[in-house]
Design a protein around this ligand. Sequence first.
Ligand code: MN
Length: 734
Amino acid sequence: MSVATAKSMTRDDVMREAGKYITNPESVELIRHAADYAYKHHEGQFRKSGEPYTVHLDNVAYILAELRCGPKTIAAGFLHDTIEDTGITREELAAEFDDEIADLVEAVTKIGALKFRDKNDPEYQAANHRKIFIAMAKDVRVILIKLSDRLHNMRTLEFQPEASQKRISQETLDVYAPIAHRLGISQIKNELEDLCFMYLNPEEYHRIAHLVEAKKAERDNSVTQMITDITKLLKEHHLEFRIFGRSKHLYSIYHKMESKQKRFDEILDLLAIRIVTKTELNCYEILGYIHATYTPIQGRLKDYIAVPKQNMYQSIHTTIIGFEGKIFEVQIRTERMDEIAEMGVAAHWRYKEGSRYDAKTEQKEIEEKLSLFRDFAEFAGDNESASEYMDSLRRDVFETSVYVMTPMGRVIDLPNGATPIDFAYRVHTEVGHTAVGAIVNDAMVPLNTELHTGDVVQIKTMKGTGPSEDWLKIVKTNQARNKIRAYLQHKENEKKAEKIPAGEKILIDELKRRGFDPDEYVEKRRLEAALPEFKMKDINDLFYAIAVKSINPVKVVEKLTNEKRSVADEMLSRILAREAPKRKQTSHNGIIVPGIESMKMTLAQCCNPVYGDEIRGYITKNEGVKVHRADCRNIAGMTQRMISVEWDTEDTDRTYESNLTIVAHDRNFLLTDIVTCTSQFKTPMNQVSASVNRENLTSTIKMNVSVRNLDQLQNLIANLRKIESVISVERNSH
Ligand code: MN
C-alpha cells in the first residue's frame, strides 16, 4: 500500500462511489443535502494545506462510502465537523435532518473533544484510552466516522508542525489503529500504521521502504511466475478463483523484524499470494492441490477458517517452497472472507438497500459477534471463555466505569454510580474539599447526582468550606472516601488540640486549690505513671478528657498526690459547687434538657429547627426526644409528652439543614442567581431542584442548605427575597 500518494477525492467521487450501492432517490438526496448543508456552513474555512475545508469532508465521506456505510452515516460524515467548527447545534441538525444523524455528529464531536493522557503520564495506559473511546462512541457508526476522519487527517498530516505530527501519530498508533484492528478493518488499520510509522520513525520507514523497492522487480517477477503456475494447476481442476500477489505493509514488516529479531531478507512471507474462491470447500480443495505440488513448510499451516481470529478474520495460510526454491506465503479464502478481512465490521454491516436498518439490533449483534471486546482479554487475563469474558468486559466497559470530562475535555474515569464529589477529588484534593456544587452538562445539580459516561462536569468551589460526614455515604471511590476521612480526622485532632491546654489548666487549678505545687506534680514522669489508672496512653489524651469532663480532675489529683480529700476539703468543694455556675450538661445534637443529664434527642424532619429557633421537645416512645420548632404545626396544641428544651450555648459549631421553598417568576439565570446568592452567605447547598408551573409561568425552587444558626438563615432568606423576580422565600414546615 502506498500511503503517501492516497488520492484526494471530490464530492463527485463520493456520489459515484455511494451510487455503486445506494440508488434509492431519497437516500441519494439525503447525502446531497448533507453535503450542501456542510458546504454552506464551512464556507470560507480552510485547512492547513490551504485547501477549502470541504475537501476534508469529501474525503471522510468517501472513505465511509468505500466501507459501504449507509446513507445516514455518509451524511453524518459530511456533517461531522459542523458542531465543532461552525457553531451549528445538535438541535439544528436534528431539525434539518433527524435525531439519528444529529446524534452521530454529536457523538463524533464528543470523542473529538477527548484529551487522552500522554505517554509521559504515569497513569497512561493505551488500553484504557481504547475503552474510553468505545464507551463514548456507543454506536459503531460513530467509530467508523471517527476512524475515517482520523485517516484523512493522517493522510494530510504533512501540513502540521512536527510536534503535532508526532503527538497525533502516537495517539493514532495507540488508540485508533488498534480499534480499527479490533473491528477487523485492516484497510484502515494498515494505512494508519504506515502513516504513523513514517512520522514517528522516518529513518526506519524509509530504510524498509527502500529495501522493499529495491527487491520489487525481482519479487514481482517471482510472484508473476508463481501466479502463472498456480493458475494453470487450478484451471486443470476446473476451479473458479481470483489470484493476485500482495505486499505486506511496511509497519508490519518492521514490526516482524523487531519482534522476531530478524533481518529483512529473513522474513518469510514477503512473497505473498492470495487466492480468493467461492466456497469453503473450494478453499480446502485448493490447499490440497497446492500442497500436492509444492513442499509446504512445517508448522506454517494456519486454518483460520475452522478457527477464526477474534476479529472475525477467516482464511487459510500456508507457506510453501515455490518457483526457484523461493518461499511464498499463500492465503486462501472465500470472497466473503476477503471482504471481512479488508473491511471487518464494515463488511459485516455493509449497507444493503431495502433492508431495514436498526441501530439497536446492530449494537446487539456487534456486542455478540465482534471480537472488539474479546480482544481486550489480553488485559483481563487469559483462560476465560469468550462468553465469560464478554460478560466481564461488558461490566468493565459499560457498567463498572463511567467516563466523564472536565470542561477542557480531559477524560476522568470513575466507577459506576460515582458522583460529582468523586469527580472533584479525582481532579484535585483541594477541589474536593471545597466543593459546594456541580454543573453537569450546563445544569446545576446536587452533589449526590449519579454521573454518566459523556457528562461534562464542572465543580463549584468555595474557600473555607469542607467536606461533611454525610459525603462518606455519597461517594463511590476509595480515593474520595479516604481524603474525606483524613480531612475529618484532621479537624477532629485540631479541635482536640485546642482543648488540651484547658484540661491542663483545670488540673493545675485543682492542685493549687488543694495546696499542692503544680510544678511538682504536672510533670511528665508522674503523669505517665498515672495514665494506666485512667486507661489512657498519652498525656494529651488525659488533659483532653479532663477538659471535656469525661475524667474528674479530683480523681487525677488523688492519683498524682496519692492523697484522698480530707472531710473538710470535701465539704468546701461542695459549698463551692453550690455557688459555682450550673454544671455543664451533656448535650445531644447541640440541645439540652434543663435538669436532665443526658437524653437522646433528634431534630424533627418536618420543621428542621436550626440553632436559635424557639424549640420544644416531644418525648417519643422509642426515639428519645424529638425537637420541633415551637411554631411547628405537628405539635400545635399538644401539651402531653412535651418537654422544654434549650440549645446548648456551648455547642455552637454544628450546622443544621434547612429546607427552603422559593417561588419566583420564571426567567433566565434565575437558578444561577439563587445559587450565587446562597454561596455568598457561606451556606453549603446540599440539594436543589426546580420546577416550572406552565400555567402562571412561575418557578418553584426547593433547596436544602446547611446553616450554623438562625441569624445566618434569616440573613440568607432576606437576601434571596431581594433577587429579581423572586416572589417568596419560606422555610418548609409541614
Ligand atoms: Mn474532521
